[in-house]
Design a protein around this ligand. Sequence first.
Ligand SMILES: [Zn+2]
Length: 326
Amino acid sequence: MPDTKHYTDLGLTNTKEIFKKAMAGGYAIPAYNFNNMEQLQGIIIGCVESKSPVILQVSGSARKYADPTFLPYMAMGAVQMAKALGAGIPIALHLDHGDTFELAKSCIDSGFSSVMLDGSHHPFEENAALTRQVVDYAHDREVTVEGELGVLAGVEDEVSHEVSHFTKPEEVEAFVEKTGVDSLAISIGTSHGAHKFKVKPGEEIPPLRFDILEEIEKRVPGFPIVLHGASSIDPAYVKMINAYGGKMDDAVGIPAEQLRRAAQSAVCKINIDSDGRLAMTAVIRKVFAENPAEFDPRKYLGPARDELVKMVKYKNEHVLGSAGKA
Ligand SMILES: [Zn+2]
């Protein structure tokens, strides 16, 4: 059991202020997933260099992988590292896809500043009741909560669904009111994982349902919306992976142009996991292919971290618009 501490002890921030500013400024805060040191440092360096606020995000299984006791100290180290690099950017530590009250509570008690309770696989009332339970516990400790309505297709750590169910805008007001959540993840056509859509060469991928987003914005004006499964799956990285012995056949993601449009709307948080995985894997494959005798982890994890820095800066500057907003 991790020792009990509050997120402010770690130098972290919740998402309240950063979402308010993102909403007013027409940009989105990046939420980058991590589970190891090189990922975490790559994200932090990229966000410090582009002066962006950041949400460090871990799924339940990523937390287990990094170790629940160790993890909050990684986040604390990240806060201190950002300061040492000369920029005290706002940093939140967020649980991605929490599925039980117990998991959310355990994260809050160990120093998370924000949690997601994803009850979207439950019927509406059950989802609302479970989310409310987490909100009550979290808000007593000034921790912010993200809920979810609608189901995304695709595979991500512990979440997997064959087909997507778009969020019903008519359910949003009641859900926000009943639960007291601080933000809401919606389903408008994004998808988890690296294989988001089945498209034949030359075929267009289905555009995001901006009509649903607009309807939601009308019903809950100024309320922070979250997009999951929003990696772009850069074809250059997929090509690099395949060129150096990988096999990622039909990997395809959300075009940056659509994410830019979403970031300017009520979407305040955009989740990026697969893109970071691809960037690091592409570089590691290249190092191994070109230097088969290499066995010093710094020689492949180092370049992978450098590549992640580049990717994070690009996203913040050219897709989310969060650069310069820290
Ligand atoms: Zn997700």
